[in-house]
Design a protein around this ligand. Structure first.
Ligand SMILES: NC(=O)c1ccc[n+]([C@@H]2O[C@H](COP(=O)([O-])OP(=O)(O)OC[C@H]3O[C@@H](n4cnc5c(N)ncnc54)[C@H](OP(=O)(O)O)[C@@H]3O)[C@@H](O)[C@H]2O)c1
Length: 315
């Protein structure tokens, strides 16, 4: 039997990391073991991970030394930051710097950094097609992650840069589900025009990440994009209509309208969707569906995800 390889999973109590922990635990023949990192080892979620067989270890992204301790003795780590907890790109950058430095110090052999595009490479700050936000960013929660890629390179950490996709789970948890319009008909609204939005069941991000660790050598130093399907707003609305048994329309609002919706992060998300719309070929192209399925043979389509989750969508 091959020697056990411990994978330290940041965000193990959350959506992306939780999927990876489950993927490792579900593969009974694996030589990998899951080490779940959390700020609160006493939480119900942490207890559940321990009950399922994960090693649960305390660590805080704001405390580099705690990350070094949590990474020590591990083979690899899944590194993710949660922008939406604080809405601060600078904090996200510092947390990523802590992760990269700790990975180096602990001598990890393979890190997956859950990243996104630095949109400023295609839309410089002086490009006024979309407003600059927080002085230095176009899409703060993308740009900080993309900028942080360099920290892992600078540290010489063997890293896979994983470009994730829009979670279909946002229809349940992120307030993006169908809403009734003035005539009572349900509608989803995105500023994507007729372009395709790469989407994924969030659990499949973890399963793809597990596939990346299993294909280790082929994935280190690569930027890899994953998605379950690329769908237009009309295609998503049609699938929702079919699954929910009631009509759902797609409302192709403008980015300006979306940015003005007023909820926390609306401007960031308005710019994000505009970026996905305006650079659609590149954004979809790097999120290769066949490759995602090769990493994770059980990759779900939107219809698969809906069949399992439609009752959880608040209407
Ligand atoms: N929603 C989407 O469609 C989408 C798509 C692509 C990428 N993303 C990105 O996904 C990221 C969020 O990932 P997620 O959805 O997996 O998050 P999530 O489900 O909200 O969970 C957040 C996780 O991060 C951990 N965490 C947060 N702050 C921490 C800290 N200071 N130290 C240690 N752990 C910390 C939490 O652990 P404890 O609370 O247990 O400590 C928890 O496990 C965001 O940055 C977002 O930009 C989202």
């Amino acid at each position: 039997m091959a020697a056990t390889k411990v994978i330290a999973v940041v965000g193990a109590t959350g959506a992306q990391g939780g999927g990876l922990v489950r993927a490792i635990l579900e593969d009974s023949g694996t030589s990998y073991q899951a080490r779940a990192l959390t700020r609160n080892t006493g939480s119900d979620k942490a207890a559940e991970l321990a009950r399922q067989g994960a090693e649960v270890v305390a660590a805080d992204l704001d405390n580099r030394d705690s990350l070094v301790t949590a990474f020590k003795g591990a083979f690899g780590a899944y590194c993710v930051t949660n922008f939406w907890e604080h809405f601060s790109p600078e904090k996200e950058l510092q947390q990523a710097a802590n992760l990269a430095a700790a990975a180096k110090e602990a001598g990890l052999q393979h890190v997956i950094w859950s990243t996104l595009e630095d949109t400023r490479e295609r839309v410089p700050l002086d490009d006024d097609r979309m407003p600059t936000l927080m002085e230095h960013y176009k899409v703060p929660h993308f740009d900080a992650k993309g900028e942080a890629n360099q920290y892992f390179r600078d540290q010489g950490v063997p890293t896979t840069f994983l470009l994730t996709s829009f979670y279909w789970d946002n229809f349940i948890h992120f307030g993006m589900g169908p809403q009734p319009g003035p005539d009572g008909t349900l509608a989803i609204a995105f500023p994507m025009g007729d372009k395709k939005l790469p989407g994924i069941a969030v659990g499949d991000i973890g399963r793809c990440a597990y596939g990346i660790f299993c294909h280790d050598d082929a994935c280190i130093d690569k930027t890899l994009g994953i998605a379950g399907e690329h769908l237009t707003g009309d295609e998503m609305a049609a699938a929702l209509t079919e699954a929910l048994g009631q009509t759902v329309r797609y409302n192709a609002v403008t980015p300006e309208f979306y940015r003005g919706l007023g909820f926390p992060g609306a401007e960031d998300l308005g710019n994000m969707f505009q970026f996905k719309r305006d650079f659609n070929d590149q954004f979809c192209g790097i999120r290769d569906l066949d490759f995602s399925r090769a990493l994770n043979p059980n990759l779900q389509t939107f219809a698969d995800w809906l069949a399992a989750n439609k009752d959880l969508i608040p209407l």
